[in-house]
Design a protein around this ligand. Structure first.
Ligand code: O7M
Length: 217
């Protein structure tokens, strides 16, 4: 059974803390990205970790030259347990992030690097989909910890998971984006994560919704 990753894309700190505390019984990992960090500050990652004791992955989909990626990774991994980057920028840019994570590993602090292959929205079909298999191959070459692949396209999810076969998969698209959870469950295993955001945090009872997803998984 895959694990549940909460996408905590709310814009208010007290709401973020309330939802993450309420749902923590059912959530395995919390993903925080630009919406919440820009609405508050990078320290929100630490504050959510302290309140929930959960692993927190930072989703900045980092996509810059190696020197800039390195700076972003250093600042982010100071707080987060893992960082999400784009793969389309190429091997050297992703490697710069892996190098920073390696420095942490050397002092016994494990940090995850997760790389986006193909995104879940319609527009991803135009430019990302045609190169996504190559990006997934690069995931294997670089030995990244995980990849991001879409629950909105279970066939593509399966292909990308098979190509990047040493990496776990974190997969968005179930819930608000209409992905078919039953199909997704045929593809993902116990090392992988289903990402759910709005279907939990916009629900009038986020705890019940998180419980429902945990049970479905
Ligand atoms: O369940 P939702 O649709 O409210 O939220 C999905 C989350 O996953 C949200 O944080 C998105 O930014 C993110 N996401 C996608 O929806 N599609 C992608 O292709 C990739 C991501 C993502 O998490 O990338 C790391």
């Amino acid at each position: 059974m895959p694990k549940l990753m909460l996408a905590l894309d709310v814009l208010d700190e007290s709401e973020a803390i309330k939802i993450s505390e309420e749902t923590s019984e059912y959530v395995d990992c919390i993903k925080i990205g630009y919406p919440l960090v820009l609405a508050t500050d990078l320290g929100i990652i630490k504050r959510i970790k302290e309140k929930t004791n959960k692993e927190v992955i930072c989703d900045f989909k980092v996509a810059d030259i190696p020197a800039t990626n390195e700076k972003i990774a250093r600042l982010t991994l100071n707080y987060a347990d893992g960082i999400i980057c784009q793969g389309f920028v190429g091997l050297d840019s992703v490697k710069a992030i892996i190098n920073v994570a390696e420095e942490y590993k050397q002092v016994g602090n494990s940090k995850k690097v997760i790389m986006v292959t193909e995104m879940s929205h319609e527009g991803a079909k135009s430019f990302m989909q045609p190169i996504a298999n190559e990006i997934a191959k690069m995931a294997g070459k670089l030995n990244v910890d995980g990849i991001v692949a879409p629950s909105t396209r279970p066939t593509r999810l399966k292909e990308l998971k098979e190509i990047a076969n040493n990496a776990f998969v974190i997969s968005p698209g179930v819930g608000a984006q209409g992905g078919d959870l039953q199909e997704v469950l045929k593809v993902l295993d116990e090392n992988d994560y289903v990402i759910v955001g709005r279907a939990i945090y916009l629900n009038e009872n986020p705890k019940e919704s998180a419980k429902k997803y945990k049970e479905l998984l």
